[in-house]
Ligand binder design. Sequence first.
Ligand SMILES: [Zn+2]
Ligand SMILES: [Zn+2]
Length: 249
Amino acid sequence: MECIKVLYDYLDTFLNFLYPRNIYCILCNVPIDRHEGYSICLDCKGKLRFIEEKACKKCGKPLDELYIIDKCPECVHSLYFYTRAISCIEYDDLSKKVIYDLKYHKKRYISYHIAEMICDRLIECNIYDFDVIIPVPLHKARERERTFNQAGIISKYIGKMTKTYVDNRNLIRVKNTITQNKLTREERRENLEGAFEVLDKAKVKSKNILLIDDVFTTGLTANQCSRVLAENGAVNVYIATLATGRNVY
Ligand SMILES: [Zn+2]
Ligand SMILES: [Zn+2]
């Protein structure tokens, strides 16, 4: 496993050297201008729903224009272990395709462009004070099956872009949780109890951590990771993901 990972890392570096970016749109494959950001054509950019001004200051989910307070109703009534979560785009069929292509069609180069989007969003949201980047881990068995952790490779690029240390070994998933999709919120919460552990507390203590994942849906997974990090002494845990859904209210 370790050997394969190292091999993939070399392969990524090699492909980065060979693969000229921004030639085709990562969504619809049309040829694009070299300077088009995120390797997404203007047409697809227009269709993606980028989250801008109007978003919850806690969970980062988009808010309606007419909504007057800065937290969504769910965050007004809940307590979380993380400091703040941010996302770049709304989770819909188009953003789902980006994630699906990376995760299941194994188009690893997409992770670079996701990292670019997340870095821009971090700047927009004035989040700079993180000391270490940690990806939401997969269970070893799941990672073996998928051959890589998408959050891990996105983290690697964010680390390079922001010149921040990436620690992808210290936070581990000890419980191979069943797929969350079909569970109720309460079942999801139970499913995640005791799912994560920190191996070396010293690497987390007194740190500001940026936790990375592809999607933020209920936020329960990210919150559970944040809980374990906070219990091990982390000062702030910021969460950054590519996509998030809207809360219905
Ligand atoms: Zn396109
Ligand atoms: Zn919220």
